[in-house]
Design a protein around this ligand. Structure first.
Ligand SMILES: CC(C)(COP(=O)(O)OP(=O)(O)OC[C@H]1O[C@@H](n2cnc3c(N)ncnc32)[C@H](O)[C@@H]1OP(=O)(O)O)[C@@H](O)C(=O)NCCC(=O)NCCS
Length: 195
């Protein structure tokens, strides 16, 4: 999936609440085409490629896809999955927030927050069931300040920076090379925050 189509950072406004009929739920195979449309609207790229990637994640063990719908339409999706040890960065294997795209027309309505809360609840349950340490991870381009701001309230703290994380490279800015940041959050903290 694309890694360099970021929402513009704006600290001047606060996110509004979600629409009253918003439903956040686990995604099913028949949701994939609508999720791919959201991915292309939000981050560009090809719908067929997005669909194939989403189906792979849906079929994977220790992986969950969530979506948000309103008025019967899918307007955002997000995923969480187990990632093994990373040859690029010294880190533990763990459960990751592995993607989240909100349709541009529905941003700053708390959908990213709600999808992140749902994913962290799922990760917490998985860790408890599997006897894993209650910890969640994610990584992002250091320039994706909107995404980093969205995760902050869930207790994520930066653990490392690298040019490659889990095989992903990051777009730079002009002459500045791309860098990713790896974050982790203990889930006791996440459970006490919004979402
Ligand atoms: C990042 C993204 C998922 C946020 O989704 P969203 O539904 O608009 O975010 P929310 O309304 O839930 O915002 C929750 C909090 O995140 C922060 N935030 C979200 N978008 C922000 C922005 N553009 N600028 C500054 N802060 C932002 C704010 O702290 C906000 O809380 P507050 O305004 O109430 O204080 C969305 O912008 C998106 O799809 N971006 C493109 C894809 C992407 O970068 N995904 C993340 C990959 S790691």
């Amino acid at each position: 999936m694309a890694t360099d189509s970021f929402a513009e950072y704006s600290a001047e406004i606060r996110s509004a609440g979600p629409p009253v009929d918003l439903l956040v739920r686990r995604a099913r195979p028949d949701d994939v085409p609508a999720m791919a449309v959201v991915e292309v609207a939000g981050r560009g790229g090809d719908a067929g490629v997005a669909e194939a990637g989403l189906r792979r994640w849906l079929d994977r063990d220790r992986s969950a896809l969530f979506l948000a719908e309103t008025g019967g339409a899918v307007v955002a999706w997000a995923s969480a999955q187990w990632l093994g040890a990373d040859g690029d960065v010294a880190m533990d294997p763990g459960y990751y927030l592995a993607g989240c795209t909100v349709d541009p027309a529905w941003r700053r309505r708390s959908l990213g927050r709600l999808l992140t809360g749902a994913r962290l609840a799922w990760i917490g349950a998985q860790c408890a069931q599997e006897g894993e340490p209650p910890m969640a991870w994610y990584f992002a381009n250091v320039r994706n300040t909107a995404s980093i701001a969205m995760h902050r309230e869930f207790g994520f703290a930066e653990a490392a920076r690298a040019e490659r994380i889990h095989g992903v490279t990051f777009s730079g800015d002009g002459d500045v090379p791309g860098t990713g940041a790896l974050f982790r959050a203990p889930l006791e903290d996440a459970a006490t925050t919004r979402g």
